[in-house]
Ligand binder design. Structure first.
Ligand code: SAH
Ligand code: SF4
Length: 362
């Protein structure tokens, strides 16, 4: 039977302080969970037995079960997790930089990692190029189900709690469609008694719900945003992201201009490059114009085809020419290196492959 108890990871420290008595226990519990990575309430040694028992009656600890893991040659690991109700989500552990040693073998800096987390099972937005969209929307994740993704992959990779990771909300789902869980998860990650991952290290990627970009800004959490722009004219953008009818390009640009951004940082615009649709220099020219006046950086993403997808991957030459045009016109621009290209790369693809395998078995 599906587990019905909430996970203790759903709560911020302040909320726990009202749930457990005396309040200082909340800080200790946070330490056991986020610094010692305990698997059960029973391991929380300085918590009185009665309270440990009460906690295990009321809550579960980690709501995720690792169903499947795929490791790529570049160190990227894709996880397929099962939630208490049997639904599945994906999380990706990305190695951004290798550890570096000097000639004597002394460690100069440790490897750098980013966790790509999901915020929903499925997605309501329905982008025409996205595999997650094909399965429709099932449900929002709770704050704890978001938090557990980072906790679990850190633990699974023996990544010490005080070693920093970056978080990108770029897995399955539209984070701003689940704003309450998202803001709570961001706060739990930031807590100094927990993982202490500052807002600066967290990037929320959105398909551009302008009104909710404003709301996220008002919450003043210090996080970065990345905008999935993908097109420079509204017709194509509406084909790719139907919601663009309600929140068009200009409304997104206006919301970005209102968003509180660290003065040393830039807003990231993701541009999915699709062969013969938006990979021409005319589009690059329009993009330069559109982003003028914004401290922006552009991340070009190769469209990643999957069986049955309507679009094609652009050529490397067109991608590089597009990038050069932007750079020559003063825009910072990178091409996303396809981490984990040898495993199911784009979000939603591992889940899809596994579910098809399951269907084939039945
Ligand atoms: N819903 C949010 C965050 C999750 S999607 C958003 O749309 O921004 C994360 C990123 O994956 C988005 O930029 C999305 O455009 C990209 N993506 C989706 N399907 C893709 C595919 N088939 N190939 C390459 N990138 C894809
Ligand atoms: Fe949802 Fe993002 Fe996929 Fe669009 S690209 S369907 S917003 S997950």
């Amino acid at each position: 039977m599906a587990e019905t108890k909430p996970t203790i990871l759903d709560y911020t420290k302040e909320e726990l302080q009202t749930l457990v008595k005396p309040a200082f226990r909340a800080k200790q519990i946070f330490g056991w969970i986020y610094n010692s990575f305990v698997d059960s309430f029973d391991e929380m040694q300085n918590i009185p037995k009665a309270l440990r028992e009460e906690l295990s009656e009321k809550f579960i600890l980690n709501p995720l079960k690792i169903l499947h893991k795929e490791e790529s040659a570049d160190g990227t690991i894709k996880y397929l997790f099962e939630l208490p109700d049997g639904k599945t989500i994906e999380t990706v552990w990305l190695k951004m930089k290798d550890a570096q040693y000097d000639d004597e073998g002394k460690l100069l800096h440790e490897a750098k990692h980013t966790v790509c987390v999901s915020t929903q099972v499925g997605c309501k937005v329905g982008c025409s190029f996205c595999l997650t969209a094909k399965g429709g929307f099932t449900r929002d994740l709770t704050p704890g189900e978001i938090v557990a993704q980072v906790l679990t992959v850190k633990k699974d990779n023996q990544h010490a709690s005080n070693r920093r990771v970056n978080i990108v909300y770029m897995g399955m789902g539209e984070p701003l469609d689940n704003l309450d869980s998202l803001t709570k998860a961001i706060k739990i990650f930031k807590d100094e008694d927990g993982l202490a991952i500052s807002g600066k290290r967290q990037t929320v990627s959105t398909s551009g719900i302008s009104t909710k970009i404003d709301k996220l800004g008002e919450a003043d959490l210090g996080v970065h945003i990345a905008i999935s722009l993908h097109a420079v004219d509204d017709d194509l953008r509406t084909e790719l992201i139907p919601m663009n009818k309600a929140y068009n390009i200009q409304s997104i640009i206006d919301a970005v201009k209102r968003f509180p951004i660290d003065t040393r940082k830039r807003v990231m615009f993701e541009y999915l490059v699709i062969k013969n649709r938006n990979d021409d220099l005319q589009s690059a020219k329009k993009l330069v114009k559109l982003l003028s006046g914004i401290k922006a950086k552009v991340n070009l993403i190769y469209f990643n085809p999957y069986p049955g997808s309507d679009y094609q991957r652009p050529s490397r030459e067109d991608m590089v020419a597009f990038q050069e045009y932007l750079v020559n016109h003063g825009l910072l621009c990178t091409i996303r290196d396809s981490k984990g290209i040898d495993i199911s790369a784009a979000c939603g693809q591992l889940k899809e492959t596994k579910e098809n395998e399951k269907k084939e078995l039945v």
